[in-house]
Write a protein of this length. Sequence first.
Lengths: 295, 220
Amino acid sequence: MFRNVAELIELAESKNCKISEIMIQQEMDVTGRSREEVLGFMDRNLRVMEEAVLRGITEDVRSHSGLTGGDGKLLQTYIKSGKSLSGELMLDAVSKAMATNEVNAAMGTICATPTAGSAGVVPGTLFALKEKLNPTREQMVEYLFAAGAFGFVVANNASISGAAGGCQAEVGSATGMAAAAIVELAGGSPSQSAEAMAIALKNMLGLVCDPVAGLVEVPCVKRNAMGASNAIVAADMALAGIVSRIPCDEVIDAMYKIGLSMPSALRETALGGLAATPTGRELEAKIFGIPLNEK
Amino acid sequence: MKYKSVFDIIGPIMIGPSSSHTAGAARIGRVARSLFGRKPKYATISFYGSFAKTYRGHGTDVAIVGGILDYDTFDTRIVDALTIAKQEGIEVKMTAEDAITDHPNTARVIIGDETDRIEVVGISIGGGKIEITELNGFELRLSGNHPALLIVHNDKYGAIAGVANILAKHEINIGHMEVSRKEKGKEALMVIEIDQNADEIIINELNSLPIVQQVVKIHD
């Protein structure tokens, strides 16, 4: 069983196989399930992600609070106008990441990757890349195993909980996972996946979890948007041959330690950051019908 | 390692909006329900830390009650769980506590009826994964991801051997095991995570051991 990214890369290189394959084999070993079962479970997760993306970009999804919804769809319309500055693939990923999180905020059905609050980044990037790289269904399933392998290391060596480690542990982890999986899908090497993860996560360090009114909406939906774009840029950098000066495992460790030193007000308590801004407080009062001075 | 499966990371399939505060809460409620073994008449739930501050926004309240109603994380009835619980005659009380707990996402669930009552403390550690840390005052660590046996027994020599012998005879493999007690020589709790579901015959055999007071099983 691999315990860190270095071991994961070494395993993939020594067996001359993809990171996703190492994850599939480990899952079979740990659970005693057959290859078909393991792939089947992941395919079911993929289907849920696909449905959530589709729902978010086509339907008029709105959360109960009214804070979020419809932005993924809005961005699709903008892409079609042909005027976008950052390019179709990038904005498509951003739109699909937001779409997933808008469905999540509306208490729709999603697949946590690695959490619900950060569920947009991995599928958002995948379903945007699908348009450009035309992967097989099997390769799309592998994408999720590759992302899962890196998430597995983060979850065991640091945290994937906003309450424990801030948003860097949620959208940050998801961004690193997606960056690594993009590299594999685009034909990069296992070590390039690790570089992409490191580059992506480095740029998410310190990100706090400060949801307005404690809802997984503001700023979560837009943080997934930026996570998706960050993941694609980091993957491109790694594919170009750029390496992270700080190794991936040390970046993960830094993320963990930053989380430990983060005050509780910035770890999913809705007591600090954006949640504590005048507008954040006003929205909270309105949503729950509690007068501001009683907060 | 806390996370053993890739599906702890890519998954669960769930109703939004939060894996820790919605899916995790539903799982804590559901483990409490399966420990109790039937529909309770009342549920008293206390939230701590981030759960206490944000449970309304995250739907933690509907999710944990959904779990008590035996709903899985992806069951869309979770959204209406509070109304359904009321219709089914379950009296639900919920409080947000100020006390600081070891883990920021902690819930204490007391469920019961006229004849029985159990008290469970669960933590939601991220991505929908949970641990049960306390049962009726006993400290333990239970993931709820594997079938498990919880055995209340006399704190006396031979208890572990007696239980292990029965499991060995039925070719049930133990994956993880813990024993805890509140006081030396009194009541103790064995928590055994097993690789296969234990059937009724095994439960009856375990119950027939003089040293065993109660056996509860949790399915996968």
